[in-house]
Ligand binder design. Structure first.
Ligand SMILES: [Ca+2]
Length: 207
């Protein structure tokens, strides 16, 4: 018998495994956030305001920038009646009450184009309508439609509840001008014998 020749077994060549290349992860670049200065307070609670509370009411252009309120009374906020803590009391006998009280204040703003946000904080007791430079920027508890010297609020609230739920109005900054800016406010009773109304406001801006 011929010798047994074992079959030729080729050597096992391991497969070529390419090295693992980790994926390229781009570095995380944080978004560029422009610096924001801290808010500037331009109106504080307790500031002096001009106000008018009489049955005749003001001229039709009372909320505009050209209106001269120098003949009105002046007093510190909160202004109102029927609640404790009023700095200025404007109560009159119920028979002489009128639904609407008017408030005006001029604030000086330098470099208006650099203002990125302008925020008014007020209370609506019972209702309120707010204007900046003659343009309405917000109303609360006052129904849609024209506002007159006889417009009542559409709901009643007491001063404590109103103070606990302040109204924050973000004013379009394109309403602002460099120099004198007019903030005008009307407050509205819900009914003639309402036991309490009040007005106060603060304002701040960011650049
Ligand atoms: Ca009230």
């Amino acid at each position: 018998m011929p010798p047994v020749v074992p079959p030729v077994v080729p050597p096992v060549v391991p497969p070529v495994v390419p090295p693992v290349v980790p994926p390229v992860v781009p570095p995380v670049v944080p978004p560029v956030v422009p610096p924001v200065d801290p808010p500037e307070t331009v109106v504080s609670a307790g500031d002096q305001w001009s106000y008018l509370y009489n049955p005749a009411g003001p001229a039709a252009d009372w909320s505009g920038t050209a209106f001269d309120s120098s003949s009105w009374s002046t007093g510190a906020t909160p202004i109102g009646f029927g609640a404790t803590g009023m700095a200025t009391d404007i109560n009159v006998p119920v028979a002489n009450r009128t639904p609407v009280a008017y408030f005006k204040k001029t604030v000086n703003i330098t470099d208006a184009p650099s203002v990125m946000g302008f925020t008014l904080t007020t209370v609506a007791d019972d209702g309120v309508v707010v204007y900046v430079n003659g343009t309405e920027v917000g109303r609360t508890r006052v129904s849609a439609g024209p506002i007159t010297n006889a417009t009542y609020a559409n709901a009643a609230v007491n001063t404590t509840a109103a103070n606990a739920a302040p109204i924050v109005i973000n004013v379009p900054v394109d309403l602002l001008v460099s120099g004198a800016n007019s903030i005008s406010v009307s407050t509205h009773l819900n009914y003639k014998s309402t036991p309490n109304i009040s007005f106060t406001m603060s304002a701040s801006l960011i650049r």
